[in-house]
Design a protein around this ligand. Structure first.
Ligand code: KIV
Length: 259
């Protein structure tokens, strides 16, 4: 087993697992110092490209961003989201995941869904491609983005899907916007770690979109906490730059070349 994956598994019930998203090298290299897992999420569709849904994200876009992220990662586990319509059947899932693994040198891929995707997950794992699961809100296919776990039927389905994914061999499952009691139930019910986003402190680890926690995005979803406001810092620098260029204080002789 991949040593980095073993490290993640070993944290269950011992220490929280720290995960964040990265879409490029410079951010990835900062996160790498603090994270156990860095995810190249297809959330980049809305965050970077203003897409209405992650359905528009292509395999090529994921591969290009992941290649950049790879350059910034030394120690964390790197996981890449398989975009919409790239894993509709086992052979498509295998062909595309193999391409992602080969091109990006990532450690694992993430697929969204439960029972429906089990044949694809099994095919990948049989072919030694580590898989992370994702239940709760499924941005690639859900029409409504409201939290999951309100109704008994939904609770039973998500619980069952999590167990099916565990049995299929995923090493971890993202729980997206799963109700607090249900995330506890799932986390207690399966032996692999759960990674929550909007799913309470009950999960074995947490993930956020880095642009949200740094205040680069304007997202105001309930589960987001802005830990810092990078937009303000960038504005301060840009304003200073503008002022110094206008007043000819920049560039100085030390920034210039002379024979
Ligand atoms: O696409 C993404 O960034 C994700 C995380 C929010 C879990 O799937």
């Amino acid at each position: 087993m991949n040593k980095k994956i073993k490290k993640i598994l070993d944290k269950k019930n011992k220490s929280k697992i720290i995960c964040l998203t990265a879409y490029s090298k410079n951010v990835a290299s900062i996160l790498d110092k603090y994270c156990d897992l860095v995810l190249v999420g297809d959330s980049l569709g809305s965050v970077l490209y203003n897409f209405k849904s992650t359905k528009q994200v292509t395999l090529e876009t994921m591969i290009n961003h992941s290649k950049s992220v790879r350059l910034g990662i030394k120690k964390s586990l790197m996981v890449v989201d398989m975009p919409y319509n790239t894993y509709r059947n086992p052979s498509e899932a295998l062909k595309n995941s193999r391409l992602v693994m080969k091109e990006t040198k990532c450690d694992a891929v993430k697929l969204e869904g439960g029972k429906k995707i089990i044949p694809m997950v099994e095919r990948l794992i049989r072919n030694k491609i580590p898989v992370m699961g994702h239940v709760g809100i499924l941005p690639q296919t859900d029409k409504k983005f409201t939290f999951k776990g309100k109704k008994t039927k939904e609770i039973e389905r998500i619980l069952k899907d999590s167990k099916l994914l565990e049995n299929a061999g995923v090493f971890s499952i993202v729980l997206e916007c799963v109700e607090t009691k249900l995330s506890k139930k799932i986390s207690n019910h399966i032996r692999i770690p759960t990674i929550g986003i909007g799913s309470s402190v009950n999960c074995d680890g947490q993930v956020l979109v880095t642009d949200d926690l740094t205040g680069l995005s304007q997202s105001k979803l309930k589960f987001i906490k802005k830990f810092v406001n990078i937009t303000k810092l960038i504005e301060t620098g840009v304003k200073k730059y503008k002022s110094e260029v206008l007043t000819k204080q920049f560039p100085k002789a030390k920034h210039s070349f002379s024979k």
